[in-house]
Write a protein that binds this ligand. Structure first.
Ligand code: C2E
Ligand code: CA
Ligand code: CA
Length: 417
């Protein structure tokens, strides 16, 4: 039955800033009401409650202002939550989604994955038994727009002039994140991750930088700047007797440019550095794009003496046969599979398989994004040879990374057992 209730009720707790708004669409009306009450107890304003898709559909297409969060089930008499997600994705600023459903966990996970793929923020999920109070609590501190609206409004795309100004001011540089060899607990290398500071001193991250640089034809130049500073970083560390290598992320488009590869070789030559101290990382998606040019460019990079890593492994479903034809030296398992791996049997199967595959192809296997002792425990057992992640250290400016490394070498790193 269509039952859209407009109900604005006084809140029972002080709300610090703007009042957060939610809609609830769940086929069991009584459950929807108790979730609404739990949300109000945490300062939310519930603007609509519905038990069918049709009425929510009308609201989504008919109203300008959508709520901050939409709490939804997955099965309705007149359709399902997947249709709802598709419909939300058509709106420029969709609400964050919280899924409360009795469906199997795999189905809920698929719905969350669909939401993420549609760039809809995920506020959380609850499975059977659905407890209204727990939902209220889990959304108590949720700040809407963390990855969605707030960012889009606050951070317009970078224009060509902004980027040229960053390059002119030398305001684009690598932040370094250490990579640890598990067997010896030694830091053996760092990954250079692009950062910039705008005129006001605010940090700009790669999610805004890379696509803008590529779009304005400036990515090769920016990558060269990264390469020069990264080579300086390694040369300084080596001159102090600290044997560390470094990785640079390079797009396939840059790698296809013969002049770019030659320039890269010149940079290490000028610094009198053996190129084997430098690893070039290309993403799996990039690596699978055009097999012929990938094989050619990858082989050229190895011939010049650099190492080559396949990054974000597991995301692009590459053909294993094709993979074996590209001369990689390192395989980096995508962070999404490592996050929470200790609690997810699906991720465990993927990480084990990636690790075995990399090891049997003779590659170093790096687990990326290791944040907890439990994740470390699992990737160690799964046979990964190296880790990178917040558990060891976050990316940091190059000068700080050198200080960090000096301290690390004195103290050694004590990984949880
Ligand atoms: P990536 O190459 O996979 O780099 C790892 C990303 O994961 C980095 O994000 C790093 O800060 C983050 N990370 C590392 N450990 C953890 C962890 O334990 N937890 C969490 N939550 N995150 C962790 P960042 O620096 O934002 O870079 C994002 C992506 O941008 C990189 O992913 C890479 O694909 C691209 N990128 C960065 N620098 C460059 C560059 O110079 N050139 C190109 N072409 N791409 C770059
Ligand atoms: Ca990388
Ligand atoms: Ca990665």
């Amino acid at each position: 039955m269509s039952a859209v209730l407009s109900d604005v009720v006084p809140i029972s707790q002080p709300v610090p800033t703007r009042r957060r708004t939610a809609w609830i669409v769940i086929s069991a009306s009584a459950q929807a009401q108790s979730i609404a009450q739990a949300m109000r107890d945490h300062g939310w304003q519930i603007d609509h409650i519905a038990d069918d898709l049709h009425s929510i559909h009308r609201l989504i297409t008919g109203l300008d202002a959508l709520p901050d969060v939409l709490i939804t089930g997955l099965r309705f008499a007149d359709g399902d939550g997947f249709q709802l997600i598709r419909q939300l994705a058509k709106r420029p600023h969709p609400p964050a989604l919280f899924i409360a459903s009795h469906q199997q966990r795999a189905v809920i996970k698929a719905a969350l994955a669909l939401a993420e793929a549609c760039r809809i923020e995920v506020a959380g999920s609850a499975e059977q038994p659905i407890e209204a109070r727990a939902i209220g609590q889990s959304l108590a501190t949720f700040e809407p727009g963390r990855m969605g609206r707030a960012q889009q409004i606050a951070r317009p795309p970078l224009e060509r002039d902004d980027l040229l100004s960053l390059l002119d001011r030398g305001a684009l540089y690598p932040w370094m994140q250490p990579k640890l060899r598990l067997s010896s607990q030694e830091v053996v290398g760092f990954e250079a991750l692009m950062r910039a500071h705008d005129n006001a001193g605010a940090l700009i991250l790669p999610d805004r930088l890379i696509s803008a640089l590529a779009c304005h034809g400036l990515l090769d130049e920016a990558t060269m700047r990264m390469a020069r500073q990264t080579v300086d970083f390694v040369a300084t560390a080596l001159s102090e007797g600290m044997a560390i290598s470094a990785s640079i992320n390079v797009s396939m488009q840059s790698l296809s440019n013969f002049a770019f590869c030659r320039e890269l070789a010149l940079i290490v030559e000028r610094a009198q550095l053996d190129p084997s101290w430098i690893t070039i990382e290309i993403t799996e998606t990039d690596a699978m794009a055009d097999m012929l040019s990938v094989i050619e460019n990858a082989a050229r990079i190895r011939m010049l003496g650099f190492n080559l890593a396949i990054d974000d492994f597991g995301t692009a479903y590459s053909s294993l046969f094709q993979l074996s034809r590209i001369p990689f030296s390192e395989l980096k398992i995508e962070r999404a599979f490592i996050s929470g791996v200790d609690e997810d049997s699906g991720k465990q199967a993927i990480v084990r398989a990636c690790s075995q595959l990399g090891t049997s192809l003779g590659l170093h296997v790096v687990a990326e994004g290791v944040e907890t002792a439990e994740e470390l425990d699992f990737v160690r057992q799964a046979g990964c040879s190296h880790i990178q992640g917040y558990l060891v250290a976050r990316p940091m400016p190059a000068a700080r990374a050198l200080d960090w490394l000096r301290g690390f070498n004195e103290l050694r790193f004590d990984l949880p057992n």
